[in-house]
Ligand binder design. Structure first.
Ligand code: ZN
Length: 254
């Protein structure tokens, strides 16, 4: 989620302990340093198979490493073609959901963390996919890859909407922590957390307005001019199919 041009300071002296091949995408784990890292690694491991499915939904013809336990991130570094996910990030997300007593929603904090991790990986994979395929993006790439992540979840998993909802809730929780907006936040590369929350809800609602009628407040729907979310979902779902056919990887076993 950090600027993709962040210069990495991670040294290559530490060799990954294990990896799992996903076509040309590999997942590697750096050593854990403490009990919190160990717990975070367990969360990652528990969604390893789902990450394999995510990447398989829209594979790319470039080698990519997803590296867990890195110092910086979450981020995608185009220079090395590495997605970095720190264990601390997973730990912080889990703590955030626990602080909010997220289990009251019917989803355990552990499960919500798995969901948010899948969305984050989808977001970073979107950066990697755009870079590797030189996909033209007019507008903010950060917004484009948020949409990419949500569509990837909806297209890969039967319960993709539930996964995306937990991820959206994380944006909402982070927004609640903002006491006052400062200029830096408006100049940042990401949209505000509240906007990221509503954009994700909008796509989910637009995918099935009857089923998800309850997730968007009526006044918001009015502001969105009623059918905006539905139109936006259809527009982006068509874009998704175009992406899939234009950048199809024939050499990979699907
Ligand atoms: Zn990003």
């Amino acid at each position: 989620m950090k600027n993709i041009f962040t210069i990495l300071s991670v040294c290559c002296l530490i060799f990954p302990l294990s990896f799992q091949a996903l076509g040309k995408t590999v997942q590697t784990y750096l050593p854990v340093k403490n009990a919190a890292d160990k717990r975070a690694k367990e969360v990652v491991k528990s969604v390893e198979a789902q990450i394999q499915l995510l990447v398989g939904e829209l594979p790319m013809d470039s080698r990519l490493e997803i590296r867990y336990g890195a110092e910086d991130g979450p981020l995608f570094d185009p220079g090395s073609m590495i997605i970095e996910i720190p264990y601390e990030f997973v730990t912080e997300v889990l703590a955030r959901f626990e602080r909010d007593n997220y289990q009251e929603t019917g989803v355990l904090p552990y499960e919500a963390t798995q969901d948010a991790l899948l969305h984050t990986l989808g977001h970073e994979y979107g950066h990697a996919f755009i870079f590797a395929n030189q996909v033209i993006v007019l507008g903010r790439e950060e917004d484009a890859v948020d949409t990419f992540a949500t569509l990837l979840l909806l297209h890969t998993f039967e319960n993709g909407t539930e996964i995306a909802l937990s991820a959206a809730d994380l944006f909402s929780l982070e927004d609640e922590e903002v006491q006052e907006f400062e200029d830096d936040q408006f100049w940042g590369e990401h949209s505000l957390d509240a906007q990221r929350y509503f954009s994700t809800l909008c796509l989910i609602y637009g995918s099935d307005p009857e089923r998800y009628a309850g997730i968007i407040p009526k006044e918001q729907l009015y502001i969105q001019r009623d059918s905006y979310c539905e139109e936006e979902y259809f527009r982006q779902a068509e874009n998704w199919e175009r992406l899939k056919s234009r950048y199809r990887v024939s050499s990979l076993k699907r």
